[in-house]
Design a protein around this ligand. Structure first.
Ligand SMILES: Cc1cc2nc3c(=O)[nH]c(=O)nc-3n(C[C@H](O)[C@H](O)[C@H](O)COP(=O)(O)OP(=O)(O)OC[C@H]3O[C@@H](n4cnc5c(N)ncnc54)[C@H](O)[C@@H]3O)c2cc1C
Length: 151
C-alpha cells in the first residue's frame, strides 16, 4: 500500500516527524512500524513493563497534538488491507492502518464500498474511528458507526 509522504515510515527513522501540513513537528525517541498484530501486542507489553508510553499514529491528518510524543511512536501504516469480506452481509475485516482511499479500491474490487467519507479520504480507519471523523450529508452517521468490532 502506498504511504503518504508525511506518514511515519521506516524510511524517516531518526528524523523529525511532521504531520500532513508541517504544522506539527516532533522527534520521537523511537519509531516502530509493526507489520502484524502480534508485534503491536508485544510492543505494548514491553512498553508497559518498562514504564514507557506509546502513541499510535495513522495518516497524521489531525492538526492537534494527539499523537505528539518524545517516547515511542507507532505507525500503523503497515497494519493495513482487506483481510476478510462478506458482501452479502456488508461486512469486512480490515487493518486499522488502512487508508480509506486504498481501502475503497480493495472494497470496490470485492463488490463493496464505504457508505461515507470525510472531506478527504487519506485518513486511516483507526484514526477516523478514534477521532469521530464525520462524512458528508445530514443523514449519514460518522465513520465510527460502521464499526462492528475491533481488536
Ligand atoms: C485536509 C483534511 C480534511 C479533513 N476532513 C475531515 C472531514 O471532512 N470530516 C472530519 O470529521 N474530519 C476531517 N479531518 C480530520 C481527520 O479526519 C481526523 O483528524 C482523523 O483522525 C485523521 O485520521 P488519521 O489516520 O490521520 O489519524 P491521526 O491524525 O494519525 O491520529 C488521530 C488519533 O487516532 C489515534 N490512532 C490512529 N490510528 C490508530 C490505531 N490504529 N489505533 C488506535 N489509535 C489510533 C492517534 O493516536 C490519534 O490520537 C480532515 C483533516 C484534514 C487534514
Amino acid at each position: 500500500m502506498p504511504k503518504t509522504p508525511w506518514s511515519a515510515t521506516s524510511q524517516n527513522l531518526g528524523q523529525d516527524f511532521h504531520n500532513w501540513s508541517g504544522g506539527l513537528r516532533f522527534r520521537p525517541s523511537r519509531l516502530e512500524v509493526p507489520e502484524d498484530e502480534e508485534t503491536v501486542a508485544a510492543l505494548v507489553r514491553a512498553a508497559a513493563r518498562q514504564g514507557r508510553s506509546i502513541r499510535p499514529v495513522g495518516s497524521a491528518h489531525s492538526s492537534s497534538e494527539i499523537y505528539v510524543t518524545d517516547d515511542i511512536l507507532v505507525s500503523m501504516a503497515d497494519i493495513c488491507g482487506l483481510r476478510e469480506h462478506d458482501p452479502q452481509h456488508h461486512r469486512a475485516m480490515v487493518g486499522a492502518g488502512s487508508q480509506l482511499t486504498e481501502l475503497s479500491k480493495e472494497l470496490q474490487a470485492a463488490g463493496m464500498t464505504l457508505s461515507n467519507f470525510g472531506d478527504v479520504a487519506t485518513q486511516t480507519v483507526g484514526g477516523a474511528i478514534g477521532t469521530g471523523t464525520h462524512g458528508s450529508g445530514r443523514d449519514f452517521p460518522n465513520l465510527s458507526m460502521m464499526l462492528l468490532g475491533g481488536r
